[in-house]
Design a protein around this ligand. Structure first.
Ligand SMILES: [Zn+2]
Ligand SMILES: [Zn+2]
Length: 435
């Protein structure tokens, strides 16, 4: 996931606000202000979230937001064990599988029809059409993801300490061992399997990794590895690849939508033919995403739950707290890359250490107020915190000591991440980016 980028106006407003008022304009309470941070009122929450909403509210957006909220509530209730998995839930979960089978059947029929036309004698035209069908099926196959040469990777050979830790976590989670770690400049981490051989990969955003305490690092890696075993339909081979297929079909057929001006008769005919097809693909894709949304969100709760079992409830809660720091952290890094000496990695630890308690509290409250945003595929952090608190407090199966954590940094992550730092600095310094 790319770092979140706010608007220039929002940043200016935050700066302006942080220099003013000592009493709250709404309730008159005293505002204790941390220099350089947003001024806000702890009593009435005035200015707790000074960033403007991303889009103007519309009725449709309201409906979507209400649905997302209702779904999140149900997933939360399930995660907290308050509600059983009903027959209705199970029926709803069958549909994505049926749609996926349909999608893959279409691919298969196209390939077989193409091969039939090529192999069974029927004239040059038939062969040409057959070749066309087979190449279309190959070009529009689902993307299984790949690791590119540009990616900064660490392996079992170059990072034995980190992989030793990943192995212990995989064992505790009853998951299979991770095969590759990719380092990037995100304030995030991820898990996935890539390529035909489905190599198991963990992506670690170095900025996030460096601000985490050892137990939070353990919680992060446990959460990511838990994605292997948390039953997320979207990550399954059958349903996951059907979503990829639908997405690439839609990309292939929708171009004619856009080219409305200056159509010749042939263009016009193909536009007319592909329009309903593109619409049908788009609707199926939306339906598939909608049907898997709940399983996807519940899987996030399940991953938190398993991470708590491995790294302790407290460590996962602390990690969720740090996840609120994404934008402030990138803002601090950008400031330093433009005005400081640009040693980004050194700055991170000092920055987290110096963050005032009032700012943490504001970020927590702002996150709770925003709740489920329309574009969130993950449950709001506040819901994840509630789900964990509703379960019993766990003390964790594994421990990551400070020494081992430091050894992973010094010998394995930091030497490998110089290129990541350079690319992140270039990105932050470019004029397009206002964090
Ligand atoms: Zn107030
Ligand atoms: Zn996750």
């Amino acid at each position: 996931m790319a770092p979140e980028v706010g608007s220039a106006r929002g940043a200016q407003r935050m700066a302006a606000v942080s220099e003013g008022a000592a009493t709250c304009p709404r309730c008159g309470a005293q505002i204790a202000q941390d220099r350089g941070y947003v001024a806000w009122c702890r009593r009435c929450d005035w200015n707790v979230d000074p960033l403007p909403p991303r889009a103007l509210p519309t009725r449709k957006a309201d409906r979507v937001a209400a649905r997302v909220d209702a779904d999140a509530e149900r997933a939360l209730a399930l995660a907290a064990g308050a509600r059983d998995h009903s027959t209705r839930d199970r029926v709803v979960e069958m549909f994505p599988v049926l749609i996926a089978l349909g999608v893959h059947l279409v691919s298969l029929v196209v390939v077989l029809a193409g091969l039939y036309l090529v192999l069974v004698p029927g004239g040059v035209l038939a062969i040409l059409f057959g070749v066309l069908l087979v190449s279309a099926a190959v070009l529009l196959r689902p993307h299984l993801g790949r690791i590119s040469k540009r990616d900064v990777t660490v392996t079992r050979a170059t990072a034995p300490e980190l992989f030793g830790l990943l192995d212990e976590i995989a064992l505790a989670a009853s998951a299979r061992p991770v095969q590759l770690v990719v380092l990037n400049g995100d304030f995030n981490a991820a898990y996935g399997s890539v390529g035909l051989r489905r190599r198991r990969v963990v992506w670690i955003g170095v900025p996030l990794w460096l601000v985490l305490a050892p137990d939070e690092r353990l919680a992060l890696l446990s959460h990511e590895i838990a994605h292997q075993v948390n039953g997320d339909a979207r990550r399954g081979l059958l349903v996951g690849t059907s979503i990829e297929s639908l997405a690439s079909w839609y990309q292939a057929f929708k171009w004619t939508h856009d080219a409305e001006g200056g159509l010749g008769p042939v263009d016009y005919l193909s536009w007319l033919l592909s329009l309903p097809l593109a619409k049908a693909i788009q609707l199926t894709l939306r339906l598939q995403l909608r049907l898997t949304a709940r399983s996807h969100r519940r899987a996030e709760f399940a991953a938190d739950d398993l991470a708590a079992e491995i790294a302790s409830t407290g460590a996962v809660l602390a990690l969720l707290d740090v996840s609120l720091l994404s934008t402030p952290c990138l803002r601090a890094l950008q400031h330093d890359s433009r005005h400081g000496d640009g040693a980004l990695w050194d700055l991170l630890v000092t920055w987290r250490g110096g963050l005032p308690g009032g700012e943490w509290e504001r970020l927590r409250r702002a996150d709770r107020l925003r709740g489920a945003s329309v574009d969130a595929s993950h449950p709001p952090t506040a819901h994840r915190v509630d789900a964990l608190r509703a379960l019993s407090d766990r003390s964790g199966k594994l421990v990551l000591g400070a020494d081992r954590s430091r050894r992973i940094d010094v010998a394995e992550i930091l030497p490998a991440s110089r290129m990541v730092e350079r690319r992140l600095r270039d990105w932050l310094e470019s004029d397009r980016v206002v964090v």
